[in-house]
Design a protein around this ligand. Structure first.
Ligand code: GUN
Ligand code: FE
Length: 423
């Protein structure tokens, strides 16, 4: 008998296709951290395995948060009065700068990790700060908690305050030291991702060096793209020889193709930029709560999703005010209605099953076979307690999911990542 195998019982909801919500009541088998089969009745061959019995509870794939800033979690829910470029200078850089002190970082990251652990999220692509040792500390905390995915040491050598800026050569040396420190699986489940913060904060020389490291180490990359109109104008001034923002990354090999790549926001991409995103298989992190709070705009996420771009959701804490991806799902639906009403009648608003697709199968694809209850997929699952949301109405599982997305705090009662029960 496989000693790590177990059976999980409940009402399984997932999205095998965009907009399709599949509902199956019964038993799922986990073997070696992987989804190994589903059966409505308990097969005799599974009877010897431990049974985790959540009869009547909704069970969803663990969610993927494709974009968030761990050191900004401390001021989450405040600093809502400025747009991006002023917001960064006034609130973000001062707090992120404090993470130079590893003790301070450990305190902030420990709290962040605990709250993330008890959220719906099992997979992440995180921005840390430019400090190598603090970033390694975050990777250790996440790995020990069982959260999986990517963490990036930032690269920033211009247009930021002296107390929070690297010199280019030193930054590249630190990036190499960081890659070496996590090159041999020192932080199981947690991998490094190259992270030029965004083009205004990273010179061409630094980008070029990061592109070389990406090829040498075979490492993914992430950044921000076309989030804010002033930002886009600034990039065109800083990089006059580019035709559109994405070229400031792609010309150095930091825009997908060879290695996985995540770009946050993508609200104002011109057609050529869209074409490159698609051609290179870049993942779009749709961050609707952040786009509201820092008044960035409304992404054409419905079009991206329905036209077959790779797209997932990002909490973008602390531009976004919550780690709760159910709230981000609801916001994705809500802002898509405003976009439909005010600017674009060609795309009907998103639905909750479409938002769930982005939160699970869509974003999960960044991490391999993640985000579905199908054979061969990583066994990432969350069990929801929605007892407080039930009443005299006979809600279907789809309606229970919808109510959970709009009304709950998004904290599951049990959670599994790659077959490990996290709580
Ligand atoms: N662009 C560059 N840095 C940031 C950040 O920290 N948050 C957001 N929302 N956009 C950015
Ligand atoms: Fe961001």
């Amino acid at each position: 008998m496989n000693p790590s195998a177990f059976v999980l019982k409940g009402i399984f909801l997932d999205t095998p296709a965009i907009g399709e919500l599949r509902c199956r009541e019964g038993h799922a088998l986990c073997e070696d951290g992987v989804f190994a089969g589903f059966s409505s009745e308990l097969p005799a061959a599974w009877a010897a395995f431990p049974l985790h019995d959540y009869t009547g509870r909704l069970i969803l794939p663990g969610m993927s948060d494709l974009h968030l800033h761990a050191p900004q979690y401390s001021y989450c829910g405040t600093a809502m009065d400025l747009q991006l470029l002023d917001w960064l200078q006034r609130y973000t850089y001062p707090e992120e700068g404090r993470y130079r002190d590893v003790g301070y970082a450990r305190q902030g990251y420990a709290r962040f990790t605990q709250d993330l652990l008890h959220s719906a999220t099992t997979r992440v692509s995180i921005f840390a700060t430019l400090h190598t040792d603090a970033t390694l500390e975050l990777m250790r905390l996440l790995s020990e908690a069982g959260i999986r995915g990517y963490v990036g040491k930032l690269a920033m050598d211009r247009n930021c305050p002296d107390f929070y800026r690297e010199e280019t050569g030193e930054g590249l040396r630190e990036t190499r030291r960081w890659l070496d420190a996590c090159a041999h699986g020192e932080y199981p489940g947690v991998m490094p991702i190259l992270t030029p913060r965004f083009t205004p904060s990273t010179t061409d020389a630094y980008m070029k060096g990061l592109g070389e490291l990406s090829r040498e180490y075979g490492v993914a990359a992430q950044s921000h793209l076309s989030e804010n109109l002033d930002e886009i104008r600034w990039v065109s001034e800083l990089c006059p020889d580019t035709r559109f923002y994405a070229e400031s990354y792609s010309r150095f090999g930091l825009f997908g193709g060879e290695q996985p790549c995540v770009m946050a926001h993508c609200i104002y991409c011109p057609e050529e930029e869209d074409a490159l995103i698609r051609k290179n298989g870049v993942f779009i992190a749709h961050c609707p709560t952040s786009n509201e709070n820092v008044i960035a705009g409304i992404s054409p996420a419905a079009r991206y999703l329905r036209e077959g771009y790779r797209i997932g959701l990002g909490s973008d804490v602390a531009g976004g005010h919550t780690l709760n991806l159910f709230a981000v799902m609801a916001a994705a639906v809500q802002v898509s209605k405003l976009r439909w009403l005010y600017t674009d009648k060609s795309q009907r608003p998103l639905t909750i099953p479409e938002a769930l697709y982005m939160a699970t199968a869509g974003g999960g694809a960044l991490f391999g076979k993640v985000g579905l209850f199908e054979a061969g997929y990583a066994f990432d699952a969350i069990v929801l307690d929605d007892q407080a949301l039930l009443n005299h109405l006979p809600f279907t599982p789809a309606e229970r999911l919808e109510r959970y997305a709009y009304l709950s705090d998004g904290r599951p009662m049990a959670k599994y990542a790659a077959g490990r029960k996290l709580f």
